[in-house]
Design a binder for this molecule. Structure first.
Ligand code: NAD
Length: 256
């Protein structure tokens, strides 16, 4: 379905980004990975699916590095047809204790990076008359939780950005949408499970159960694979008229 398309997924060496990259690869898309940590493992997993793979190590908090990454994608693969703005970090603290540099980093990586990639990818997509931009927001783009002020602000901002760009692109063949997961058990959330288990003096399994019970009525984690399949749907022709939506996959979190 996505043969001949080139997909850049930011923050795809781990978690949700890797899940989405693998789902798009299964549909035949060429994949450009980005992110820190182990790169060879994710590259090999994509290659095993029989598609071309590239990698750029841009730090998504640095506009000049993002610009270099976008230039690399075009130079190496000819275009960026699918852009998944997924890189993200979390910091949990009361607002009065929130380190200013953590605030700046969260806004830069979780919000501003999507502006820097989008402004460079969109002209080519419009010119070719086809494109997909998927912004990994969160339930925290729709509702808030205490002690996550920077994350909630960035994710609400990302949904607003999604809507504005979707309107600008509405007649061009390019769709722009946000995906809003609830809890997904990735390294980003494992830290919060560990903190919860330590604070409550319980084991990890009980920590997971308590985290889910508080917010996610299904009592099940959403998986990177499910988010990957949602991304595939949003890239399909069936979704060509889905425009500026914030699509939740959250086990009922935001239905409450
Ligand atoms: P993760 O920690 O497993 O992966 C994050 C990825 O981003 C990694 O590949 C990491 O190397 C990369 N990254 C971090 N900082 C970067 C930077 N400065 N430059 C480039 N890459 C960087 O996290 P995840 O849970 O898979 O989160 C992915 C996205 O999904 C994030 O935007 C997150 O906010 C969002 N999200 C996660 C959950 C969840 O429950 N895990 C829920 C809702 C939304």
């Amino acid at each position: 379905m996505l043969n001949g398309k080139v997909a850049l997924v930011t923050g795809s060496t781990s978690g949700i980004g890797l899940g989405i990259a693998l789902s798009l690869a299964r549909q035949g898309a060429t994949i450009v990975l980005n992110g820190f940590g182990d790169v060879e493992g994710p590259k090999a997993a994509v290659t095993a699916l029989g598609v071309k793979v590239g990698y750029h190590g841009a730090d998504m908090s640095k506009p000049a590095e993002i610009e270099a990454m976008m230039a690399y994608v075009t130079a190496e693969f000819g275009a960026c047809d699918i852009l998944v703005n997924n890189a993200g970090i979390q910091h949990v603290a009361a607002v009065e204790d929130f380190p200013p540099e953590r605030w700046d980093a969260i806004i830069a990586i979780n919000l501003s990076s999507a502006f820097h990639t989008t402004r460079l990818a969109l002209p080519g997509m419009k010119q070719r008359g086809w494109g997909r931009i998927l912004n990994l927001a969160s339930v925290h783009g729709l509702v808030a939780s205490a002690h996550k002020s920077a994350y909630v602000a960035a994710k609400h901002g990302l949904i607003g950005f999604t809507k504005a760009v979707a309107l600008e692109a509405a007649t061009s063949g390019v769709t722009v949408n946000a995906i809003c997961p609830g809890w997904v058990l990735t390294p980003l959330v494992q830290k919060q499970v560990d903190a919860r288990a330590a604070a409550d003096g319980v084991d990890m399994e009980e920590g997971k159960r308590r985290l889910l019970a508080e917010k996610q009525p299904s009592l099940r984690f959403t998986t990177p694979e499910q988010l990957g399949e949602l991304a595939v749907f949003l890239c399909s022709d069936a979704a060509s008229n889905v425009c500026g939506q914030a699509w939740s996959l959250d086990g009922g979190w935001t239905a409450q």
